[in-house]
Write a protein that binds this ligand. Structure first.
Ligand SMILES: Cc1ncc(COP(=O)(O)O)c(C=O)c1O
Ligand SMILES: [Zn+2]
Length: 376
């Protein structure tokens, strides 16, 4: 059984029951596995399932609720730049990286007896929860802003979720769940309020290492909303070091946000550890429309400790980036994926990224879900 430890105050909570956040400060709980060399060997991966559950020793020890998520391709993108690669998360079930976190979180929630799962979502997480709840035979309650991409709304409805469209942003959706969850008997699956979504997301870090023959890239460019992608990959690298799979060298992370919603980038530039609510948040990359993240300090501490940075791009740059990825790699990228290309090109110009750096761009979702934004 792992220990659940608050990322902020370090206090532990029992892992044998459903948990959300630290009761003392409301901050996220980390699943601590206490790994040492020999607990899990790279050689054990030979012949394992072609999904993220190949890393089963470091995932929840319960019956997986799986739709075949993970082990997504890492494409050379030589027409973008000779040393750049794209990790294509669009080919996951439900067409985004959100499948990974929902697979682990729904697996553990089912194991611990939850029956009604609720989530606030910018789009992709709602579709993913609905699909994994359908597979598990659990009920899903999805709260999305009214102007969420239509594909995500229809997807969640098709999987049988009850979908509530809210006149507001994802934090307003979260507040609505907070007000009603006790009375309705909902378990809150919000990003980082639920400890096990990060466990699924971290498999992106394990896969990168495995696909690059255990040599991590120089730079990872990731579109940041709630932050589980960044937090998860950083956790994966720490775990792999504890297992003796990699050394202490880490990639430099770039957190990419939209100019119209940049709480983490703003706090990073201002030297702050906690981010303010970003006022009047707007961007057509709905996954990046997260004006307040409870894991802010985890990302900001990590970016500073590991010589990373945070940048913003405009909506026009994101869409142009998605077009360029589509035309030069064959990947139909989401605007969030396009944002990583725009950010990397900018950082190459400023010299923060060197020509010789090996750079991995994360296309976190599929353009198919964003027809409104991509054709506007
Ligand atoms: C396509 C896409 N990319 C990136 C993100 C942001 O991810 P995270 O919450 O891990 O920061 C989201 C979140 O909704 C998303 O849907
Ligand atoms: Zn705490």
């Amino acid at each position: 059984m792992p220990t659940l430890t608050c990322f902020l105050c370090g206090k532990s909570q029992p892992a044998d029951r459903l948990q959300t956040v630290c009761p003392d400060d409301g901050r996220p709980l980390r699943v601590d596995l206490d790994l040492k060399p020999g607990d899990f060997n790279k050689e054990d991966l030979k012949g394992r399932v072609p999904s993220m559950w190949r890393y089963q020793e470091v995932l929840p020890q319960v019956e997986p609720v799986s739709l075949g998520e993970g082990l997504t391709p890492l494409h050379k993108a030589e027409r973008l730049h000779p040393n750049w690669l794209v990790k294509d998360e669009a080919v996951n079930p439900t067409a985004s990286f959100k499948a990974r976190g929902m697979s682990t979180a729904v697996s553990i929630a089912k194991h611990l007896g939850a029956q009604k799962l609720a989530v606030p979502s910018a789009g992709n997480a709602g579709g993913a929860l609905a699909a994994y709840a359908a597979k598990a035979g659990l009920e899903a309650f999805v709260f999305m802003p009214q102007d969420t991409p239509r594909a995500c709304i229809v997807e969640a409805q098709m999987h049988g979720a009850q979908v509530f469209l809210i006149d507001g942003l994802i934090n307003d959706c979260a507040a609505e769940i907070g007000r009603r969850k006790e009375q309705e008997g909902w378990f809150d699956m919000s990003t980082l309020k639920e400890p096990y979504r990060v466990e699924g997301k971290k498999t992106m870090g394990y896969e990168l290492a495995e696909q690059l023959d255990w040599q991590l890239p120089d730079v990872i460019v990731y579109p940041t909303g709630g932050g589980t992608g960044l937090v998860g990959m950083a956790k994966a690298f720490d775990e792999m070091e504890a297992l003796g799979w990699i050394g202490s060298k880490r990639p430099r992370f770039v957190s990419v946000q939209a100019e119209g919603c940049a709480p983490i980038a703003t706090a990073f530039l201002n030297g702050e550890r906690f981010a303010e609510l970003f006022p009047n948040a707007h961007t057509s990359a709905s996954g990046l429309r997260v004006p307040k993240a409870i894991g802010d300090f985890i990302m900001l501490d990590m970016l500073r400790a590991q010589h990373g940075t945070a940048v913003t791009v405009t909506d026009e740059e994101m869409v142009a980036g998605a077009k360029e990825i589509a035309r030069k790699t064959g990947i139909f990228a989401a605007p969030e994926g396009g944002a990583t290309l725009a950010a990397a090109q900018h950082l190459l110009k400023t010299g923060w990224i060197k020509e010789e750096d090996q750079v991995v761009l994360f296309n976190t979702g599929s353009g198919v879900k964003y027809l409104e934004a991509l054709t506007a």
